[in-house]
Design a protein around this ligand. Structure first.
Ligand SMILES: *Cc1c(COP(=O)(O)O)cnc(C)c1O
Length: 390
């Protein structure tokens, strides 16, 4: 696919395989292995002399290859790898390229923090946790010669914005790879590789899948780094099924339409909530007075469908608000058709000590919203009626 093509055209057409039957998109190659005409032809593929299909777990299956070409196009990357979950993508990434250490900036997904501290920690791989605004702390951590600087932007749940270009430059000065988890922003709104990052990770379970019905992950990067990560994916057995690959490709065809609608709805709802007397603070990078708005404007094309709000209410009333919502469903996860609500203290940040919560700016009056495809007017009316319970 030509790089001059616009994003929505890439979503629809990139990676699609033209088969002899005339299907307009790649069929599901529901097979674990592929047959050859001769031993010589098999060895050509096994020894890498010729490209071809071989074994699905290796990714050498047309449904998976087709998906990976589409994934690469989304982030303007030379290469992409598909995984059976976002955590599979992260674990393959850290084990293949991060064994000398990983710096994790700002708040990260709970599973990522657990993986870094407890799984990689058990293997003796060090992690350094630095707050998003602490440049001095980042420089000190880089003195330890880690392989990777990892972060999300916007972060969860405070929607903090980190400067991708600046952090990439600092990381590179110390010989570290800059890795961005782009799950919250989506490639519709932000392309970290074009801002200097080396690797992008996605939980495709969220916006790329977009319908809360598939679990998958993705990495977009250079062909050289993809080859190293792919070796670990293969032997850790982290491939997704051809059916899931096909469903994910199906979802990505509508990614641009979905996320632009979610951007617009979230912006309207955030603006209205910021004027509501029962709302103390709205965390949304699209609001002009939000913490990271100036940087967000330079690195994002839209501000996404995620926001958090702090209520003018105690934790008990906040639970009453959450329980009074009718359209928003109480569930972890994000990025799907249906709007979801969670309280960080009961889900993503459950179990953290009061000191740790306050250090991260999280409290029992905070609620995170994932804006779905419903009418933004209906969603705002639902929020308004639930605020009456406060
Ligand atoms: C959900 C999520 C993950 C983990 O993805 P899974 O697909 O659940 O394994 C990683 N990072 C972020 C930002 C997420 O929201």
């Amino acid at each position: 696919m030509k790089t001059t093509e616009s994003f929505s055209t890439k979503c629809v057409h990139s990676g699609e395989i033209k088969d002899s039957e005339g299907a307009p998109h790649t069929p599901i190659y529901n097979t674990t292995t592929f047959a050859f005409d001769s031993t010589e032809a098999l060895l050509d593929v096994v020894d890498g002399r010729k490209p071809g299909n071989l074994y699905t777990r290796y990714g050498l299956n047309p449904s998976i290859r087709s998906l990976e070409e589409k994934l690469a196009a989304l982030e303007s990357a030379p290469s992409a790898l598909a995984f059976c979950s976002g955590m599979a993508a992260e674990s393959a990434l850290f084990l293949s390229l991060g064994r000398k250490g990983i710096v994790c900036l700002a708040d990260a997904y709970g599973g990522t923090l657990d993986l870094l501290k407890n799984n990689l920690g058990a293997l003796g791989i060090p992690s350094y946790f630095v707050s998003g605004s602490d440049e001095e702390g980042l420089l000190q951590a880089l003195e330890k010669k880690p392989d990777i600087v990892f972060f999300e932007t916007p972060t969860n749940p405070s929607l903090e914005i980190l400067d991708i270009k600046k952090i990439s430059e600092i990381s590179h000065r110390y010989g570290a790879l800059c890795v961005v988890d782009n799950t919250f922003a989506t490639p519709v709104n932000q392309n970290p590789l074009l801002l200097g990052a080396d690797i992008v990770v996605h939980s495709a379970t969220k916006y790329l899948g977009g319908h809360s019905d598939i679990t998958a992950g993705a990495i977009m990067t250079s062909s050289e780094l993809a080859a190293e990560i792919s070796f670990w994916r293969k032997n850790l057995g982290q491939m997704l099924s051809p059916e899931t690959a096909s469903l994910l490709a199906r979802s990505i065809r509508s990614l641009d339409l979905r996320v632009r609608h979610q951007n617009d709805s979230a912006m309207q709802i955030a603006a209205k909530l910021s004027r509501h007397p029962k709302i103390k603070k709205v965390f949304y990078p699209g609001l002009p007075d939000s913490q990271g708005h100036e940087i967000a404007k330079t690195q994002m094309r839209g501000f996404g469908g995620m926001m958090s709000v702090e209520l003018n209410a105690n934790p008990k009333s906040t639970v009453a608000f959450v329980d009074s919502l009718k359209i928003f469903k109480i569930a972890p996860s994000l990025g799907g058709a249906e709007s979801l609500v969670t309280q960080p203290v009961t889900t993503t940040h459950h179990g953290l000590s009061p000191e740790e919560l306050s250090r991260r700016g999280i409290n029992g009056s905070m609620v995170r919203l994932s804006i779905g495809f419903e009418s933004p007017d209906d969603l705002f009316r639902d929020l308004e009626q639930a605020l009456e319970a406060v």
